[in-house]
Design a protein around this ligand. Sequence first.
Ligand code: DOR
Ligand code: ZN
Length: 346
Amino acid sequence: MTDTLTLRSPDDWHLHLRDGAMLRAVAPETARHFARAIIMPNLVPPVVTGAQAAAYRERILAALPDGTSFQPLMTLYLTEDTNPDDLAKAHADGLIMAVKLYPAGATTNSASGVADFDKVRPVLERMAEIGCPLCVHGEVVDSDVDIFDREAVFIDRVLDPIRRATPDLRVVMEHITTKQGVDYAAEGGASLGATITTHHLVINRNHILAGGIKPHYYCLPVAKREEHRLALRKAATSGDPSYFLGTDSAPHTDANKLLPCGCAGCFTATNTLSILAEVFEQDNALDKLEAFTSLNGPRFYGLPANTDTITLTKGDPVKYPDQIETTDGPVTVFDPMMPLHWRVTT
Ligand code: DOR
Ligand code: ZN
């Protein structure tokens, strides 16, 4: 029986670190085990210039314990006013790794996102020219589209037309949650990748809604039917280079989750690697875990895989804290509803 597992150090290709007190509380949780992460720009106000990205990067580094080697890979928040020259300069100067597209109103702090996709066409063309990837929150926001259908409809109505119009644009479908997302990513070739979160491998929509509402399982895109979760498991554990880990770990204080209109987001930074090892072991795919956490992402982004390693060891169930403390209040750690036997030992 395998009871230790050594992997190239993992990267998180989709992470929310926030700012201020929350940043100081959550950044060490990711930096403990991950070498690099793509940092989401949906701060208030959003990160829209290279200078803001550089300043945010400094705040992240300052939030880490001394001696931590963690590389934040910064992104810009795409708006209808984003200037292609400014974006190209930020990319050429090495200040940003990618650009994030939020459809306006789709999720947390997305009000400055894109409502009219034609308006960002020149920016997307420029990104294709310079090889800057676009990370996409793939949900339509139309009130007449059922929330459980919004990802599939986005692929047909928005993503596919963008990719046809700009075939050289490198695109990451962020946090896919459906079989349609899995299938679309599989057919997209080397210019298309998809991140999958830890929590979408574990929960389906029943976990949010059956037997009482569970605000800590509410995130966007919302978890779908079981058949979709199974499609995500199959994709993540396949080793296919189209799929890589983007945790979308998205901390909100409990006070902000447990409201009549609570915030979307699951906070998984603390226990993600233990959960993933358990999931991959359940699917007899521990040999594919490294591809998902450590190899496929760098390959898509054109970066070398990390050379250092981490080791996971299997033993008695690991107890993680139910919450982490911040000076703004506690943040609940995602409950995977199963014992976790793998812990990071080095
Ligand atoms: O659940 C989510 N939380 N989905 C997102 O797209 C945004 C994120 C956040 O920033 O809280
Ligand atoms: Zn996110």
